[in-house]
Design a protein. Sequence first.
Length: 136
Amino acid sequence: MKIAFATQDLLRVDAHFGWAKNIAIYDISPDGYSFDRALSFEGDLQEDGDEDKLAPKLEAIMDCAIVYVAAIGGSAAARVVACKIHPVKLAQPEPILEILEKLQVVLQGTPPPWLRKALLKGQERDINFEEEASHE
């Protein structure tokens, strides 16, 4: 399953989704996690209230099941959820690696219902990818 993190410094979840300079994406499973990619959005930051700034970010996280943010507006949250991505708002900045370690432990046990649902999205993506590969 892929997890996205809204981040200014690529180390912590410390950014508002719409204003994040970067989005870091990791693959995670009960067995471990690995860095997938980081995307920079510095040139895409526009005036407040400009919904178009969300489009590149939504496209970047389309294959993710969860996005961790420091903050997210109601409209952006609705668009994220419509993409079947679960937004998680943190009360204070947290290191990405600590979040991944905690999440990995949860995945090894019995994940809460929202996380089981997010896991299903990751499995659906893997199944769809395998089907596409078999048709080539």
